[in-house]
Write a protein that binds this ligand. Structure first.
Ligand code: GTP
Ligand code: MG
Length: 560
């Protein structure tokens, strides 16, 4: 055995156990199973076996319930070490029979089957996984037999435990009967063993004399198809039991073959080396399969994360565009604006000089301050609609995209509120728009530096001027690409603002007003993605888990 294999395997075991499958991807369940089965084989077989090459050979007697496993073990030992009965299933916790000389080894969970608490045979303690230890001179030193719970139990715990024991075995003695040898479940496990390289021997138990030849032939064919043609087959004929034991003559061939594995160093070595080499060879391809499942998780997480980013970035862009693109200047806003600037008289053949225009605006607006409030309300309504529209669209687009993938669909299904805006959205939006309007008013109130500007602002009223500034923002003044509108509304708002503040200050004010609205609306939009971000955070896949697994597998492969 090359040095370094042990540490490569320990590294691999840590990475396997760290692999997470938080997302419901098509291969997620398979990934979970691989973590469990590769983890079991590393922890329960490969690492202990490599650490203690001279540790006793572990023969696990496994098969369907009622196949006669406990009876076989008792008969080989010549004493009732494990209860056999007509109750199904009978054996709930595995019974490990070993030579007294090996007591210390099997009693130490650090050495073998670390997940199982040790109990003495007579004890009946608790419901947690446990291993009953029986020492017997009938078993030679260097060999131990485990009577396992049934592999196809109705009890899920029995099933899982049986699999764990098989993963720990140096040799699986698969016990089946003439009636049950073709059942699907054992063959899945046999395929697993074949893949993992575990040595297998078959016991065809309780075979009626008449069926012997035919059954053996068919079983041989099935084994060959599974690549297990070298597995020895022992037939135990159906006989009446004597004191619960199979008569000596019937058990003898199997008994002497099994016990000889402890007595003959060569026989023991052969079985152990075969399973160890097979198990090591099987690790890299199994890790590759696990890495594929892990990579699928990473890709799914990235995909979900990207769709949130894209949808919300799009919404923020759209909002910025809509705000300066004149979309707010419709319906109610336009009607109140026309009231405000003088019932449409500006909108007929508007080509006067700046001076004349200024006078007309001044006279039109002066004394009509009360019209500023309806305009402000209309503006608040229009801004709310624009922001809400984008928030709804971003949430809808994200949930649509998530529902298109199995992982995202599972999350949305478990959290249906994700498809809607947050419950406090409208209250927050109302507050946001109100604060923005207040801010713009404050801005206008604070900016009138020159006497002339102050006088103008006073004559229009601060909230009137603030409303014109907001309209200016909607026309694109202060936007990245300058005023985008060539409409009469834009012209009038621009002239009016420039008349009051001058060009530079107008631009600065519009930039400030626009930015603060986009910043606050952006924050509200981001709040709408919080449930998605939260779901992504709790299903975060450890970074590069697939790559790390492949790297560790490649290092092991170099050592093999
Ligand atoms: N006549 C006869 N009866 C047997 C033989 N082997 C087992 N039995 C009976 O079949 C029943 C089941 O045997 P067990 O040894 O408990 O079977 P098991 O495979 O350990 O069953 P589980 O522990 O439930 O998985 C018992 O009543 C045994 O007495 C046999 O070779 N001949
Ligand atoms: Mg049993």
């Amino acid at each position: 055995m090359r040095p370094g294999i042990g540490s490569a395997l320990r590294d691999l075991a840590a990475r396997v156990h760290a692999t997470r499958f938080p997302l419901r991807t098509p291969d997620g369940v398979r990934g979970h199973e691989l973590v469990r089965s590769i983890g079991d084989q590393l922890d329960d077989y490969l690492l202990p076996r490599l650490a203690h090459a001279d540790a006793p050979l572990l023969v696990v007697v496994g098969g369907s319930t009622g196949a006669g496993k406990s009876t076989l073990v008792n008969s080989m030992i010549g004493a009732e070490v494990s209860a056999a009965s007509a109750l199904r299933p009978t054996t709930r916790w595995p019974v490990l029979v070993h030579n007294p000389a090996d007591s210390a080894h099997f009693g130490d969970p650090a050495r073998v089957l670390p997940g199982l608490r040790r109990v003495a045979r007579s004890e009946q303690r608790g419901d947690d996984p446990q291993l009953r230890l029986v020492s017997s001179e009938a078993v030679p030193p260097g060999l131990a037999l485990i009577d396992s719970p049934d592999i196809d139990s109705v009890e899920a715990d029995n099933r899982a435990l049986a699999r764990q024991l098989l993963a720990a075995a140096d040799l699986w003695l698969f016990v089946t009967t003439a009636a049950r040898y073709a059942d699907a479940m054992p063959w899945e496990l046999l395929a697993d063993c074949s893949e993992r390289g575990t040595a297998v021997a078959i016991v065809l138990d309780r075979v009626p004399a008449a069926a012997n030849r035919e059954v053996r032939h068919h079983l041989g064919e099935l084994l060959a198809a599974q690549g297990l043609e070298s597995a020895p087959i022992f037939t135990v004929p159906e006989l009446n039991l004597r004191d619960g034991m199979i008569p000596d003559a019937a058990i003898f061939p199997l008994q002497s073959w099994v016990l000889n594995l402890g007595r003959s160093e060569r026989a023991r070595e052969r079985v152990m080396a075969r399973t160890l080499a097979g198990a090591l060879r099987a690790v890299p391809p199994r890790i590759e399969a696990l890495a594929d499942c892990a990579a699928e998780q990473e890709a799914a997480h990235d995909g979900l994360s990207r769709s949130v980013d894209v949808a919300f970035a799009h919404a923020a862009d759209e909002l910025a565009r809509a705000l300066v693109g004149g979309r707010a200047l419709r319906g109610e806003v336009l009607a109140r604006w026309q009231d405000f600037v003088g019932a449409g008289q500006f909108f007929r053949g508007l080509e006067p000089t700046v001076a004349r225009l200024r006078d007309r605006i001044t006279s039109a607006v002066t004394g009509r301050r009360d019209t500023a409030e309806p305009l402000e309300n209309a503006i608040a309504g229009a801004v709310s609609v624009l922001v809400r529209e984008q928030a709804v669209e971003a949430v809808a687009a994200t949930s649509r995209q998530w529902q298109d993938s199995p992982a995202g669909a599972a999350i949305v299904q478990a959290n249906p509120e994700m498809t809607r805006l947050p419950a406090d959205f409208d209250a927050r939006l109302r507050a946001l728009v109100g604060e923005w309007i207040d801010d713009v008013n404050k801005l206008v109130g604070e900016v009138g530096q020159s006497k002339r500007a102050r006088a103008r602002i006073l004559s229009f009223g601060v909230n009137g001027v603030a409303a014109v500034l907001m309209i200016g923002v909607f026309c694109g003044i202060g936007g990245d690409r300058g005023p985008q509108q060539r409409t009469s509304t834009a012209l009038v708002a621009d002239k009016l603002l420039v008349t009051i503040f001058g060009e530079d200050v107008t631009r600065d004010l519009a930039i400030t007003a626009r930015r603060s609205l986009l910043t606050d609306a952006g924050a509200l939009l981001r709040a709408c993605r919080a449930p998605y971000d939260h779901a992504l955070a709790v299903s975060e896949v450890p970074a590069r888990q697939a790559g790390a697994l492949r790297g560790a597998a490649a290092r092991l492969e170099e050592l093999l």
